[in-house]
Design a protein around this ligand. Structure first.
Ligand SMILES: *Cc1c(COP(=O)(O)O)cnc(C)c1O
Length: 469
């Protein structure tokens, strides 16, 4: 592609992008294609000669787009949102235009220094201690892995990195409701899945601290080494909140590393009244949240905050000859985590925070929470649906429960059928979880474009579809 064509093609692509948001409502939220539909539409061998960009763009529209699920659709309520926004999209365009690889300070000083600054901004707004540092990772999975690796090195006095694991008897504690990324990290750090202890939960699905302390004491008596506690601020199933303050005290008492996974709900801490939930965070060791889930910033963007950055760097830093530089008083983020190569993610956050302002972001989050409250109240008012978990922030957990049906097996099947029918309609996309073994529908309301009219239309569709099956 020549420069002249780039100009024309980018205009056409941009027109398509703007129009996409105009027409988003018309697309089925969840893609309707069958397995292999898309694969079979793409030629077996790549073209030998270069093709025209307009043809490529047409094929994108005709072949690829039907196989996309539309995450920015205002009626997308599955999993957690991966929300974006116009300023974030524009930042992504600039990031890909410059195409920088921001592994060390000198490979783009602005990227490193802007990263430090936007992390400082959010740190102060969210009630994270001033003396903590932070780094932007791709995902929460990487942040939790980073945290556990650091804990392993701190507690072993950096011997595992040198000599490998040697019957260290490490134990990690997390709740039964914790995200699967905790278990994955345990597999990777080499301490064995059997040494991840899943703590019981209370009725509201938060971690039971009595059970936690009981299990820690038991392991100490057995001469095991409690390595870390991973608490969750906003679990994936129901956004339940572990008692972070109590857990921080227990971690301090037994000198155990404490990592807080707030991948989704962490964004809410920008609203001051919620910061009471983490008032003991200064006793913890690390905390992460994903602006790409509920802070208007394109995937991927996950911030990992850490109390002791020296321990983090000591765990990861490595100096091959080709990466030795002499810059002082700078952050070389390659030493703050797993990857060497790094994207210029801070630009997205900078564009988003400046475009909306902290107040603008708060306003959107508050709107989402208010909409979730509205749906929650509507469900409570009728007698053939029930709320299955207490609402936290913008998550509604519920199921269809016709008055005459009490058999749990039948209710599960009914709700599975309802979910399938709703998702096949193309008008809404929800996902499910199990709450005390009950099949339950989840409806997080966190998309940038979701307004009252969309949420009410989703709810009416859910209600009417349920009553028609
Ligand atoms: C979504 C989620 C994760 C995993 O997020 P990734 O960024 O995709 O790795 C981890 N923990 C919780 C609580 C989550 O909701």
């Amino acid at each position: 592609m020549k420069k002249k064509e780039f100009k024309i093609n980018s205009k056409n692509t941009l027109d398509w992008m703007v129009n996409y948001f105009n027409e988003l409502n018309k697309y089925p939220v969840k893609s309707k294609v069958k397995p292999r539909d898309i694969f079979n539409k793409i030629p077996k061998i790549p073209p030998k000669k270069g093709e025209n960009f307009s043809e490529i763009l047409d094929d994108f529209k005709n072949i690829i787009l039907p196989g996309m699920t539309h995450w920015q659709h205002p009626n997308f309520h599955a999993f957690f949102p991966a929300n974006n926004s116009y300023p974030s999209i524009l930042a992504e365009m600039i990031i890909s235009t410059i195409g920088a690889q921001c592994m060390i300070w000198e490979t783009s000083p602005a990227a490193a220094e802007l990263e430090e600054k936007v992390i400082d901004w959010l740190k102060n707004e969210m009630g994270i201690p001033k003396n903590w540092s932070g780094v932007i990772n791709d995902t929460a999975s990487s942040g939790t892995l980073t945290s556990l690796l650091t804990a392993r090195e701190v507690i072993s006095n950096y011997t595992v990195n040198k000599k490998g694991l040697n019957n260290n008897n490490f134990i990690v504690y997390t709740s039964k409701e914790a995200h699967s990324s905790v278990e994955k990290a345990i597999k990777i750090i080499g301490i064995g899945k059997n040494n991840l202890i899943k703590i019981d939960t209370n009725d509201d699905l938060s971690m039971n601290t009595k059970d936690l302390e009981y299990k820690i004491k038991k392991d100490i008596d057995l001469n095991k080494t409690p390595l870390a506690i991973i608490s969750t601020f906003g679990t994936t199933g129901t956004v339940s909140l572990d008692p972070i303050n109590k857990i921080s005290l227990i971690a301090k008492k037994y000198k155990i590393w404490h990592h807080i996974d707030a991948a989704y709900a962490g964004s809410a801490l920008i609203i001051k009244k919620y910061q009471k939930h983490i008032k003991n965070i200064h006793l913890a060791d690390s905390f992460l949240f994903n602006p790409h889930k509920w802070m208007l910033t394109n995937f991927d963007c996950s911030i990992y905050f850490v109390k002791n950055k020296e321990a983090l760097i000591k765990t990861f830093e490595i100096f091959p000859e080709y990466l030795k530089t002499k810059s002082k008083n700078v952050n070389n983020y390659k030493d703050w985590g797993i990857q060497l190569g790094r994207r210029f993610r801070s630009l997205k956050l900078w564009f988003v925070i400046r475009s909306y302002g902290i107040d603008g972001i708060k306003k959107i989050l508050k709107k989402h929470i208010k909409l979730a409250k509205l749906i929650n109240e509507k469900i409570e008012k009728i007698n053939d649906f029930e709320i299955t978990a207490k609402r936290n922030f913008n998550m509604v957990n519920f199921r269809f429960k016709p008055i005459k049906i009490n058999d749990e097996y039948k209710l599960d099947n009914l709700n599975k059928k309802l979910l399938k029918k709703l998702n096949n309609s193309g008008k809404v996309y929800l996902s499910h979880t199990k709450i005390n073994n009950i099949f339950s529908l989840r409806m997080p309301i966190g998309n940038t474009l979701s307004n009252k009219k969309h949420v009410l239309s989703s709810w009416n569709l859910i209600k009417n579809t349920a009553r028609s099956i």
